[in-house]
Design a protein around this ligand. Sequence first.
Ligand code: HEM
Ligand code: HEM
Length: 302
Amino acid sequence: MELYAKLFTKAALIYLIIGAILGISMGGFPGWIEKLRFVHIHLNLLGFMTMMIASVAYHVIPRFNARPLPWPAGVKYHFFLHNIGLLGLVSTHLAGGLWKSGLLHVLFILFSLSAGAGLLIMVYNLYGALAPKNETSIPNKITGDMKVSEVLSFFPNTLPIFVENGFQTLSNPVARETFAKVISLEKACEKHNVSLNPFLEKLNNSIHSQNQTPKPPAIKTSEGQKITWGEQCNKSIMVGSLIKTYGNTKAVFEKHYGEGCFSCPGQAIETVEQTAQMHNVSLDLILTEINCVIDSALNKKN
Ligand code: HEM
Ligand code: HEM
């Protein structure tokens, strides 16, 4: 859990204790209700409740939606603005700031603005982390003018066809991130001496047969397998064991599932297949990339 998400939980619990003490005091001395009500309510609601929600939401939403906060540094500013605002609000209210004119009232308004600004940062960050991924509509046909990376992102299952037909370099994720983004299918075929039309036919046949294949079965909960050095990865390998054996494969998961993936306690015992289904990423693509990383790790050692 990130530092400020943790600090929010700690602060929330402290406000709960103080809020409850004030509540008990009001119950014991009803004459204090008028004076302490605002402080009790805001320590409990703006302090304990809102901060606890902020803490959990900052941790969970980016992970579950596989989208980072649009302004991660803003969490720190939120923490300070919210706490300074709340403590200032309750202090100036206790001193009568809401009803008095002059400096106290001005301070009450400034602290209100501080807390409000903190809340605005929270709304901006959480709303941004909820935004859907940019998805353009999937074309129904692969054409020669499409960029290679475009074809692979719309139809990840075509990767093995590229690799089998002379584009071995594409099994390297770096190649897919770099030159595949700038070169069209037509130009790539020209460079690799592959005839365009038969290759296009193969690709299009594969995507049409892919559309007819039934959806993968629901995630099975059977136990995953462990992997040992020298072995290739398959869909039943547990992510925790894979990363323990081949540390570099972590980058593949981070690329597809987001960087927060490894702070989820479930990942260690989930299989590669389960994680691919959960994140709606092609299992073939993930396995191809993982096995490329494994191959290069094994080659380095030999
Ligand atoms: C030991 C725990 C608590 C005690 C003894 C306590 C006691 C009290 C008392 C005596 C009042 C004043 C009632 C009145 O105006 O007549 C009050 C009001 C209030 N308390 Fe608490 N409280 C506790 C915890 C909480 C918590 C955890 C929350 C919120 C998360 C909360 C939210 C409120 C609110 C919103 C009001 C105002 C209700 C209204 O306007 O009618 N309290 N509480
Ligand atoms: C920028 C943050 C906030 C500011 C500046 C603020 C300010 C105020 C003020 C000036 C009042 C009227 C107090 C009075 O009549 O003495 C009030 C009442 C109240 N506020 Fe807030 N508030 C904030 C956030 C919140 C939040 C987040 C909650 C709940 C989640 C909340 C719950 C309440 C409640 C329940 C009352 C009514 C209290 C009563 O019945 O007397 N406030 N607030």
